[in-house]
Design a protein around this ligand. Structure first.
Ligand SMILES: [Fe+2]
Length: 298
């Protein structure tokens, strides 16, 4: 785990308002200051997009955003479309595509969002969809007083301590996922995606794997399990994980094709707002997949 105190400024970009860029972690991520996302425009996006492609995770502090801003920012960085939440309870009441992650309740007693507060599985957002929105954002309105970090880990093969032979075994293969029981707003299907994603701009390879991966297609079952465990162990090595402690106004934008993440357990009230952003495949590795089979139940 790393803290912001360990970070160093490594470059300054001047275009309009000065923007400073800090390393978040030695393997991935950057912290951007001097950018007011509420005023996002094409020039800013064209400056920041290469950084997102290079770093996989961008953090902006002290933002002041409403749901309309969250939609606008997501549309600007993606292809213009957002994907609805996998859980009906997460839909914002005003704008459905802004996903509420919260144990707070409206005055009528209904949860404002998905109230889960236990440690989550390591996952890529929307990985159980046939054509996932590969970019995602999280905006912090109210951090939990205890716990509730979101931990991220890079899937960059160049940063992982895995045997070349194991990578070769999944090169060109496909792996499958299924929705979780709480995903009541998605088709109940087993879907397949490429096992390795290659960013079209950088040419870098990333292992598309998570705890939710069911199997590699055309690889024998025990070997499939071994490969999944091997990649997950390498990705979750201590020096490859960054746990983000939320502060009000934090806006994180990340590429699910470059990092996996999970919610850490928490106590007390919390409100985060998320969006799932369809990406332009000319900039990001979009894991377009196919349905392997329909599922009777989850
Ligand atoms: Fe997530």
């Amino acid at each position: 785990m790393w803290t912001l105190a360990e970070l160093q400024i490594y470059t300054i970009v001047i275009s309009g308002d000065p923007m400073e860029i800090f390393d978040l972690h030695e393997n991935f991520g950057a912290v951007i200051s001097g950018v007011k996302l509420k005023d996002i425009n094409d020039t800013r996006v064209s400056e920041l997009r290469p950084l997102l492609i290079e770093k996989g995770f961008l953090l902006f502090r002290e933002q002041c955003l409403d749901d309309h801003d969250i939609v606008k920012i997501g549309q600007a960085f993606g292809n213009g479309a957002l994907e609805p939440s996998a859980r009906k309870v997460s839909h914002g009441r005003q704008i459905r595509d802004v996903v509420y992650l919260s144990n707070l309740r409206y005055s009528d007693g209904e949860y404002m969002g998905f109230p889960g507060n236990t440690t989550d599985f390591w996952h890529s957002d929307q990985e159980f969809r046939e054509n996932p929105a590969i970019l995602a954002s999280i905006y912090c309105v109210l951090p939990s007083p205890e716990g509730g970090e979101t931990s991220f880990a890079s899937t960059d093969v160049q940063k992982l301590n895995v045997a070349t032979g194991d990578l070769q075994k999944i090169k060109g293969k496909w792996s499958t996922r299924v929705p979780a029981k709480s995903h009541d707003n998605v088709p109940k299907v087993e879907v397949a995606h490429p096992a390795i994603l290659t960013n079209p701009i950088s040419g870098k390879d990333y292992v598309y794997v998570s705890e939710n991966l069911v199997r590699y297609i055309d690889i024998e079952e025990s070997e499939s399990h071994r490969l999944k465990a091997t990649f997950m162990e390498a990705i979750l090595a201590g020096n490859n994980v960054y746990s983000h402690q939320w502060q009000p106004g934090d806006y994180a934008l990340y590429d699910n094709g470059q990092v996996i993440h999970r919610r850490e357990a928490f106590e007390g009230p919390r409100l985060l707002k998320a969006s799932k952003i369809y990406a332009d495949p000319s900039f990001f590795a979009v894991p377009d997949g196919y349905v392997v089979k329909e599922l009777e139940d989850l």
